[in-house]
Ligand binder design. Sequence first.
Ligand code: GRF
Length: 209
Amino acid sequence: MINLGILISGRGSNMEVILKAIKRQKIPINAAVVISNNPDAKGLKIAQKMGVKTEVVESKGFSGTRWEYDQKIINVLQKYGVTEKNGLVCLAGFMRIISSEFIKKYRNRILNIHPAILPAFPGLHSQKQAVDYGVKFSGCTVHFVDDGVDTGPIILQAVVPVSDTDTEETLSKKILAKEHKIYPEAVRLFAEGRIRIMGRKTTITNQGR
Ligand code: GRF
């Protein structure tokens, strides 16, 4: 079975729905570890309550390079069996850019959720970007992580309408509800070996490997 490592920095609501889905909907993946770069992340307590191992690799005050920090994360992942051969890493509100060395080592094994319909509004504050731009629809995207910022092959997207009265806050709430649907679904597809990658496109097959 694949071992899953979830990287968080804060609230951890996506982490929570993924962990719940693994338990309730029997996704064939082992929730091996939740790692936070922030010792105060609320998600750590949620994971512990759910009986999942947690680790903190504090990034505040770390003076090494991005890759040196990521090696500390990788050491923890490996300790829990989340390897480049048998692992899946989910970034779930992990507020750090990860190094190209990390991405290369875990090639096509790192997922991220982004609160916009990529390639629109990459980077930070996507919901505010969407409201300010005046789009009529926005949403969220689960994608593989590649070297760019929010540019990797897209696995799933979900759309929400943006109303005239929406603010960054109200739109974020609507989008988050959709994030909670598609992120666990993407983890299931990965766990079942149903995602094929060709160039920057993915296809979902009915049957796994
Ligand atoms: C989500 O909006 C996600 O799209 C973005 O960061 C936020 C994390 O929220 N990458 P949570 O920690 O999962 O509640």
